[in-house]
Design a protein around this ligand. Structure first.
Ligand SMILES: Nc1ncnc2c1ncn2[C@@H]1O[C@H](COP(=O)(O)OP(=O)(O)OP(=O)(O)O)[C@@H](O)[C@H]1O
Ligand SMILES: [Mg+2]
Length: 231
């Protein structure tokens, strides 16, 4: 039987048969400012509320700025559980390959046990560093396998280019193929405003919505309007 876990994102679970498949890896791909980090934060917050160990790996943001973002949304659980059920690691420097292949497995092994949620936000610096497709595939396949053994994960990838085009370029092919699920956050320009929208492109072992669903972010977080068309 396929076990599922709640996403923690308002309006998301009905799009995917009531939640993420347990021990799956999802790539969340999206435009700048579309809401990738907030989606991941809500996903981890749900885990903290359920008493799970959760783990945020940032290849960009430091802890203070992460906690500041959480507090702006009223997500006080992160500070309260810091270094207990919530661990934050920031990868600095340039050797992302070493980090994913050596450091991250060590940290995960040390926290083995209870079912957990993991976020790597964003994975993009690693993709820039390793241009060689074969090496990128090997490292990512191993990383995703390790993440699946440990818990349920989301990795984010930043999306550039024309925001009105669904551009799944070849450079991003490997993580999108290797992950169990792919979710896209887009901004659609219409009559002088940008409407945020979410689509589930694939989800292994699961039925899912084929639509584009509008969503908003307000001071409580993300709200997806699953029954409304984008325009
Ligand atoms: N309190 C709030 N009220 C309204 N909108 C908010 C609020 N907080 C954040 N937002 C929206 O969320 C966006 C930032 O979300 P988030 O940081 O998750 O995006 P991201 O996709 O991770 O961006 P980046 O590409 O910079 O990593 C802001 O640009 C804004 O549109
Ligand atoms: Mg972000």
């Amino acid at each position: 039987m396929i076990e599922r876990i709640k996403s923690g994102v308002t309006g998301f679970d009905p799009l995917v048969n009531s939640g993420f498949v347990k021990n799956s890896v999802t790539t969340l791909y999206g435009s700048p400012g579309a809401g990738k980090s907030i989606f991941c934060t809500e996903f981890l917050r749900e885990g903290i509320k359920e008493g799970e160990k959760v783990f945020y790996v940032s290849l960009e943001q430091d802890l203070d700025s992460f906690l500041k973002g959480c507090e702006a949304l009223g997500f006080n659980e992160f500070r309260q559980n810091l270094n207990g059920n919530f661990i934050f690691t920031r990868m600095t420097g340039h050797d992302f390959k070493n980090f994913l292949s050596i450091e991250l497995p060590k940290i995960l092994q040390a926290r083995e046990g209870k079912h957990s949620r993991i976020v790597i936000d964003p994975l993009t610096p690693f993709l820039w560093e390793i241009k060689d497709a074969a090496l990128q595939r090997t490292v990512l396949a191993d990383t995703f396998k390790m993440l699946s053994a440990f818990g349920t994960s989301i990795v984010t990838i930043e999306r550039y280019g024309d925001i009105n085009k669904l551009d799944l370029s070849e450079e991003l092919a490997i993580p999108l193929y290797l992950s169990d699920s792919v979710i896209i956050l887009s901004m659609i320009y219409n009559q002088n405003f940008y409407q945020k929208s979410i689509s589930v492109i694939k989800m292994r072992y699961s039925g899912h919505s084929a639509g584009m669903h509008p969503f908003d972010i307000n001071d409580k977080g993300i709200q997806i309007f699953q029954d409304q068309p984008v325009f």
